[in-house]
Design a binder for this molecule. Structure first.
Ligand code: NAP
Length: 428
């Protein structure tokens, strides 16, 4: 059998797909931007980037089929690169996974998918395109992210028909090993469910308590969603329900209860470890504390600059300047926003940036006071300096903790796999 190249092989869909193809006895090539992991995976690993084109020609050379699942910024340009490589590689069968309703929903990413479909259909290559509805994994990720809020907002009067990525992978594997078929019938999940209903199921499976609040969203996109643009009730080929998917994930309840990163993407040794680390809760609490302190002092400086200026140790012999005082207040509140966002999302890059910002602020604050101690009695000066030294020391300690207990940034803030770890179909 000819070799099959899978782009996006490390993604939600690609992982079960690669496993299925290998199970069918196909020679599988995996395309990823990352270098080949060690220990080496059982499939041929091709490092390449569809944006720059680097490595794509070599990856496509000699393949009989290319299944294009990669997605990211610049999908249309990426498709052009892939198609050009495919033309030179002996015109393999190109199988593309697309999304139900992309022609009805006016958002940029869907326009790109539509354009990619057109490019493939006009490429002169033998082709097959399958449109599927949203993956359970995607909705679970969305619910996990929104469940960080005190109330879980969902689009009002909007339904989804989610499907398990493993089932889509199975259909793609079937299509890839068959003859080119053009645009084939859509593939949708077994149930049409309102967003509110799905969110409640997620909360129940995760053992979390939140009020689910439908929100009426304005605009053409929201209207199209309400009209069911994402649904394909006549093509409900999937069998795995959202609840079955949620229940099938090992440790789903524990991970979800811990908050972020319940997205179906946590993996042993990577995200799985990160969500359960107890240091995360402390780090988040510390970030909230810093954010509150910054918000309160910033608001005080902004809204009552004279009162703040009169606080002992603030004036340090300088004249009152309302402009500077309110600007400092505004910046303090801005830092509070960043610290608050870091506490909410708990992504390593964001947490580190927020703490680094706080460190810069607290060190310069300390430096100023250390050189303006005149007039303060010795015990007061010692007390002030001790307090001001503790703040950057605290931020520094938190930065070290953050490196250990937060997840590396990746797409949608989830943990990126260190290596290809295909999962069995029907699992998140
Ligand atoms: N998610 C859904 O609900 C849904 C529903 C219907 C259809 N689809 C479609 O199914 C496909 C797969 O979706 P998914 O959710 O599995 O995606 P995903 O988990 O976000 O994975 C994206 C994949 O694209 C690869 N990639 C991104 N940029 C790349 C580049 N410049 N060069 C090479 N590879 C690149 C990544 O590989 P590396 O990071 O290893 O390089 C990764 O494997 C997409 O076309 C999507 O539109 C998704």
């Amino acid at each position: 059998m000819n070799e099959i190249l899978v782009t996006g092989a490390t993604g939600t869909l690609g992982r079960p797909l690669v496993q299925l193809l290998a199970g069918h006895g196909a020679g599988v090539r995996v395309l990823s931007r990352r270098p080949r992991p060690t220990p080496a995976p059982p499939h041929q690993w091709c490092t390449g980037d569809l944006r720059s084109g680097q490595g794509i020609e070599a990856a496509a050379a000699g393949t009989g089929t290319i299944i294009h699942c990669a997605t990211g910024r610049g999908d249309v340009a990426a498709a052009r690169v892939l198609l050009a490589a495919a033309q030179r590689a002996g015109r393999p069968h190109l199988v593309y996974i697309s999304i139900v309703g992309i022609d009805q929903i006016p958002v940029g990413s869907y326009r790109s998918k539509l354009e990619t479909e057109r490019l493939i259909a006009d490429s002169g290559l033998p082709w097959t395109i399958l449109r599927a509805t949203q993956f359970h994994q995607l909705l679970a990720r969305g619910c996990a992210a929104l469940a960080r809020l005190p109330v879980l907002p969902v689009p009002a009067a909007t339904s989804f028909q989610p499907i398990d990525a493993g089932e889509v992978a199975a259909r793609l594997a079937e299509l890839a090993t068959g003859a080119p078929a053009g645009r084939v019938p859509d593939l949708a999940g077994p149930q049409v469910r309102t967003a509110a209903d799905l969110a409640r199921s997620y909360l129940q499976a995760a053992g979390r308590h939140r009020r689910v609040q439908p929100v009426w969203l304005p605009g053409r996109v929201a209207a199209a969603l309400r009209q069911g643009a994402l649904l394909a009730p006549g093509h409900a080929g999937g069998r795995v329900t959202f609840e079955e998917f949620l229940a099938s994930r090992p440790g789903a309840r524990t991970a979800a209860a811990a908050g972020p990163h319940l997205d179906g993407e946590t993996r042993p040794g990577a995200g799985g470890a990160a969500v359960t680390r107890p240091g995360r809760a402390w780090l988040r609490a510390a970030l909230v504390l810093l954010a509150v302190i910054q918000a309160v002092t910033g608001a005080w400086q902004y809204f009552a600059p004279r009162s703040f200026f009169n606080f002992p140790t603030v004036a340090a012999g300088a004249p009152f300047n309302e402009h500077l005082m309110t600007d400092v207040g505004g910046l303090g509140m801005a830092l509070a926003v960043v610290l608050g966002a870091a506490a909410l999302r708990m992504e390593r890059g964001l947490v580190q940036a927020a703490l680094a910002g706080y460190l810069v602020y607290s060190v310069s604050h300390l430096a100023f006071h250390a050189s303006h101690l005149m007039g303060l009695p010795a015990p007061g000066a010692a007390l002030l300096l001790t307090g001001l030294v503790l703040l950057p020391a605290f931020a520094l300690a938190l930065l070290l903790v953050a490196a250990r207990v937060t997840a590396p940034d990746g797409r949608r803030g989830e943990v990126k796999p260190a290596r290809l770890e295909p999962r069995s179909p029907g699992r998140g």
